[in-house]
Design a protein around this ligand. Structure first.
Ligand code: KIV
Ligand code: ZN
Length: 512
């Protein structure tokens, strides 16, 4: 057994299945590049057969990423598998990840198939995939709740057909660490050809145990691949979090004794990029990447850390990318300095016109805010609410008036399909008035299901980052906007969500 633990990141596939977290092709590419910088072994770039958008995103990532293996999910049928192989054609190293449910509940109620039919389909799909791509991963969906005897038959058969990675999902987050670890161990011991495959864990966090279960799958079960997402992003309570599993294995190398290829100093930038892109804010007390993860408030702790940092710190903040909130650029910084800082932050803007547009926004921000931090720059390049030609709605300007005892009013100018529009409204507060002013013209009828404001770099001088989640006709989208004025940030976030509602193409659900 090798002592390398493979990190398989599924932020762009399973993570994207969170309500409202869907990302554009370019956003996915930016995140994939950051994952490559992090030296993730496998990037699951999407589910190519689910929509044209997903196909294009997988294809773009496969053509652009050189160091990580690029993978596409695929249901266990020839059409999906052929589509995945097509999307992955340009990859340096490609993997198809095919799956079919094996629990009695899923087979009977969802697939309406007998166990024998499922077994045949699993074998046939791996055989078909193996002729198209050399590296095949197979997952028995709801594997942890499947009958172990049946699972052994399926897994032995797909290994014989050429699956080189066997992933055992705890699809509904039902496992507990010791039981999950032993479940994997028993499968490996009972299946005669189990040593021909690398075993992988894929845990959901419904009971808050995804990381613990994954670690047990590694330690007790002997798994050598962990499937995870940045910030633990994922449906319901999310997936196993990349930053936590990586830092657990690194920090407790004395116990796990495993090597990782990951370059951990890019973890924080990856976390910020994912939260700013999806609008899923990281809680302050989140391990490794939360704002408080390395903050010591109590006098005793502060005193201890100053005397000897390992009194209260088990990891070094700088090892996962925390710097002292560095002032990077200011009003007088030129285009070259800005471009270089973007590169250092891992942001690659593809065309000169994109760089020029981002630089113009940087200058505008620097006029209003004397100190520009890395977080500001990341928010600025992630901000799609400004008038991009390809977007339906773009922010132009806003004025609002609020005074104690008076009902606030707002007037907003924005573009709709390239034409300027001006809306006015009153509201319970300035934010409410501004969003009602937009809605008075757009009439989207969307329901707001979440509104949150977060200070990007801590103080009241920082930019406010707003997330707005809208729901309309069964679709859920998140819009994100940033600005030193939180009313403007809110309007930008609302317009960005409206753009996503417009753009979001229908797709087939992976587990539907
Ligand atoms: O949770 C799950 O079962 C999955 C599979 C598609 C691997 O995400
Ligand atoms: Zn999953």
């Amino acid at each position: 057994m090798t002592d390398k633990l493979i990190i398989f990141d599924t932020t762009l596939r399973d993570g994207e299945q969170s309500p409202g977290a869907s990302m554009t092709r370019d956003e996915k590419l930016r995140i994939a590049r950051q994952l490559e910088r992090l030296r993730v072994d496998v990037i699951e770039a999407g589910f190519a057969a689910s929509s044209n958008g997903d196909f294009e995103a997988v294809q773009l990532i496969a053509n652009s990423i050189k160091d990580s293996t690029v993978c596409s999910l695929s249901r266990a049928n020839d059409r999906d598998i052929a589509r995945a192989a097509e999307a992955l054609k340009g990859a340096n190293s490609a993997r198809i990840h095919t799956f079919i449910a094996t629990s009695a509940l899923h087979m009977e109620k969802k697939l309406r198939m007998t166990p024998e039919q499922v077994l045949e389909q699993a074998k046939q799909s791996v055989r078909f995939a193996r002729n198209l791509v050399g590296d095949i991963e197979f997952s028995p969906e709801d594997g942890y709740r499947s009958d172990p005897d049946f699972l052994c038959r399926v897994l032995e058969a797909v290994i014989a057909e050429g699956a080189s990675t066997i992933n055992v999902p705890d699809t509904v987050g039902y496992a507990v660490p010791e039981l999950y670890g032993n479940f994997i161990k028993n499968l490996r011991e009972r299946i005669p050809n189990s040593d021909k495959a690398i075993w992988s864990v894929h845990c959901h966090n419904d009971l808050g145990m995804a990381v613990a279960n994954s670690l047990a799958g590694v330690k007790i079960g002997g798994a050598r691949q962990v499937e995870c997402t940045v910030n633990g992003l994922g449906e319901r309570a999310g997936n196993c979090s990349l930053e936590e599993i990586v830092m657990a294995v690194k920090t407790r190398k004395d116990y796990f004794g495993l090597e990782l290829g990951i370059d951990a100093k890019h973890i924080l930038a990856a976390s910020r990029m994912v939260s700013q892109t999806t609008g899923f804010v990281v809680q302050p007390n989140k391990a490794v990447v939360g704002a408080n993860a390395f903050a010591h408030a109590s006098g005793i702790h502060q005193d201890g850390v100053l005397k000897a940092r390992d009194t209260y710190e088990i990891m070094r903040a700088e090892d996962v990318g925390w710097t002292a909130n560095k002032l990077v650029l200011g009003k007088l910084s030129g285009r070259n300095a800005f471009k270089q800082r973007l590169q250092e932050l891992g942001v690659q803007l593809d065309s000169e016109s994109e760089i020029n547009a981002a630089f113009a926004r940087f200058k505008e921000l620097a006029d209003r805010k004397s100190e520009i931090f890395d977080e500001d720059i990341l928010a600025l390049v992630g901000d799609e609410s400004v008038s991009l030609e390809s977007e339906q709605y773009g922010f132009v300007s806003l004025s609002q008036h609020s005074e104690t005892g008076e009902r606030p009013r707002a007037a907003i100018v924005f573009t709709a399909g390239g034409k300027e529009m001006k809306g006015e409204s009153d509201g319970n507060g300035p934010v409410d008035a501004s969003l009602k002013a937009i809605e008075s013209l757009v009439k989207s009828g969307a329901e707001m299901v979440l509104y949150s404001v977060n200070a990007i770099s801590g103080s009241t001088e920082s930019q406010g980052e707003v997330t707005v989640r809208l729901q309309n006709s069964g679709r859920v989208v998140n819009g994100v906007g940033a600005d030193p004025d939180i009313v403007v940030a809110s309007a930008k976030a609302y317009l960005s969500a409206l753009n996503k509602l417009q753009n979001k193409a229908d797709r087939v659900a992976a587990q539907g």
